[in-house]
Design a protein around this ligand. Sequence first.
Ligand SMILES: [Fe+2]
Ligand SMILES: [Fe+2]
Length: 361
Amino acid sequence: MSDISRREFLKGLAVGGTVGYFAMAGVSSTVMRNSFIPPAKVGAVDIGECKSLKIKVITETSWFNNALLMDDMKKAGGLLVNQYEIPWTNKGVTEGWKGDNAGGYATLVEVEFLDGSTKKILLDTGWNVDWTDTCFKREGIDKMLANGEIDCLFVSHEHFDHFWGIEATLKYRPDIPILVPKGFYQEGFDLLKGANFPKCHLANNVPHTGPLKVQESEKVHKLYPGVASITFDVPIITRVFGEQALVFNLKDKGLAIVTGCCHMGIISLMEHVKQTIKGGDNFYAIQGGLHISPFEDWDPQYDDLVLALHNYGLKTMGCNHCTGYVTAEKFVTIGLPVVKGTAQHKSKRDIFLGNGDMMII
Ligand SMILES: [Fe+2]
Ligand SMILES: [Fe+2]
């Protein structure tokens, strides 16, 4: 597991395991990036080209009440506690889904290739199965899954809000090919097979029957023409390890990155892509969770991050989820091209793309 073992990961987090770590993970991993990212040839890997992207935000509201979520983690012993050992209460939230705090993150990415053909990638599968299923039905994902129209489920990382709603996907297509990042724990594999975890109120009643691929770190995985993924050996709170992101090379535009949470840090990710993938000196777009102020706090060092992001010359930005509304306000103030949303389906503000919103690149 690269330079940092799980033991060192836990030891390191034990020193600074506070609420602040969750909020700062993106920055921390940026600072530590040299530990995780090996030296790479500058822009050497040719991933080909694709034509366009349609990105549909199925759900970006992973939970509805920050205080309740943090309280659950604190009561369980802090941010280092194994997510499968946390007795998430989830209940009693008026702004939540039927009083449940658990929501989830899931996005559909439709890629158009140069010959006009398309592929659909489901990026993550939510947390609350009922909420995720409702969002799937709203966007027609249920039918797309059942019809075999979705090529694969790309799980960005093992976090509860991105992966635990797996039953919502498998109930429509149990044999969907699944790609997970290196670092998945046995509990995650067991959940795919149909295990239940009563302590954290987690169940999957539809075992996965299709291909499952663990995407190794430290290499570029070419998925389709102009589409690749990269996995990072990154330690994440609640004992998750590893995250992968999608990279697209859009003809006549440049590179687009689509993320889940981006716990590896957006600057770390972009620098790695820049140094690894051909055309990495021309970023066009990013979309997804950027993990800067998920709990709406602000630390002056985040300003450096915002300034650094401005240097990449992005033409469009579709951030949401753990990016934080405070961060989005900073982006807009500095002139970054944040795409606005419509504040529908329980997304609270229109400052960035929310539930049901679409971005076309
Ligand atoms: Fe997340
Ligand atoms: Fe996460």
